[in-house]
Design a protein around this ligand. Structure first.
Ligand SMILES: [Zn+2]
Length: 297
């Protein structure tokens, strides 16, 4: 992307993830908090899942952040609130694809996993890579998760823009706020805006690349289950809150209710994230395994 002309900052894509909801409210009430950061772009704010926030739930009918695949956006007269909302948001900020009105979406989420500020990139977009590498060096609590996606089929809100960054901030219980995490999130979103300005001025491209650890999506794994589909184990205590830490082959990964270790079945080291995320029990996802590399971004 040569110039970033339109930026959308979103909060409340999941209604009970309050860091983004409150950042939206604060900034929507007074644009002096962010307007100066990137004068060369049009910046819009959006509270994405309004109805879910009103009832302080992740979603009302179904997950809004799984509703932006092309086949869902093409549905006519859908009954689910979130699909209707996805179509509205796509009309306003898309349409998803090459002719989208939006260059960059920054979507602010929370996680109950101990992930600090996780910068999720779904493409190898030069701006999001360069800016995220700078942030990892500025903020010790910041990590890069690369989750490659086929953009048309990807269900995430950010994919209706040309490029996107999804922030996952935690550990924070859903429906609550953590003041330190809120302050850090606000600084990081502002820094993305400032770096979009530097990008538009041609400054960021000239800065030397930085060495970063990149955690790349490898495999999502479910909890161990019995023949009735009931969970028969928990995240191993060695792993709880240990996002981004190496788990070697055959290291324990779960523990049964009677205290038996259940090992990592991979034949190599993995670096789990989204460990024990509460919203993912319904998705049958105990954690996402990543592979760690060191790259120049
Ligand atoms: Zn979320």
């Amino acid at each position: 992307m040569s110039q970033i002309k339109t930026i959308v900052i979103a909060g409340g894509t999941h209604g009970n993830e309050l860091t983004g909801v409150k950042l939206y409210s604060k900034w929507a009430a007074d644009n002096h908090y962010y307007k100066h950061a990137c004068p060369s772009a049009k910046i819009e704010l959006v509270h994405t899942n309004i109805e879910a926030t009103q009832v302080c739930r992740r979603y009302v009918d179904l997950d809004l952040n799984r509703s932006f695949a092309n086949r869902l956006l093409a549905l006519e007269n859908p009954s689910a609130y979130e699909i209707r909302r996805a179509k509205e948001l796509n009309d306003r900020f898309g349409p998803k694809g090459e002719n989208t009105k939006t260059d960059l979406i920054i979507d602010v989420h929370n996680t109950t996993s101990n992930m600090g500020v996780c910068l999720i990139l779904s493409t190898r977009d030069p701006f999001t890579m360069r800016a995220s590498a700078e942030l990892v060096h500025e903020f010790p609590n910041c990590f890069i998760y690369y989750q490659p996606e086929e953009r048309g089929e990807s269900p995430y809100f950010g994919t209706i823009a040309k490029a996107d960054i999804c922030l996952e901030i935690g550990a924070q219980p859903h429906g609550t706020l953590d003041a330190s995490l809120f302050a850090e999130t606000e600084k990081i979103v502002l820094r993305y805006l400032e770096m979009a300005e530097e990008w538009n001025q041609g400054i960021l491209q000239k800065k030397p690349k930085k060495t970063v650890d990149v955690y790349t999506q490898y495999k999502d794994i479910d909890y161990p289950r019995d023949k009735f589909g009931e969970i028969r184990g928990m995240v191993h205590p060695n792993l709880q809150n240990g996002d981004y830490k190496e788990v070697k082959s055959s290291d324990p990964i779960f523990i049964s209710f009677d205290g038996k270790d259940i090992p990592n079945e991979e034949d190599k080291s993995v670096w789990p994230i989204f460990i024990n995320e509460s919203a993912y029990y319904e998705k049958k996802l105990a954690m996402s395994l990543t592979l760690k590399t060191t790259e120049e971004w």
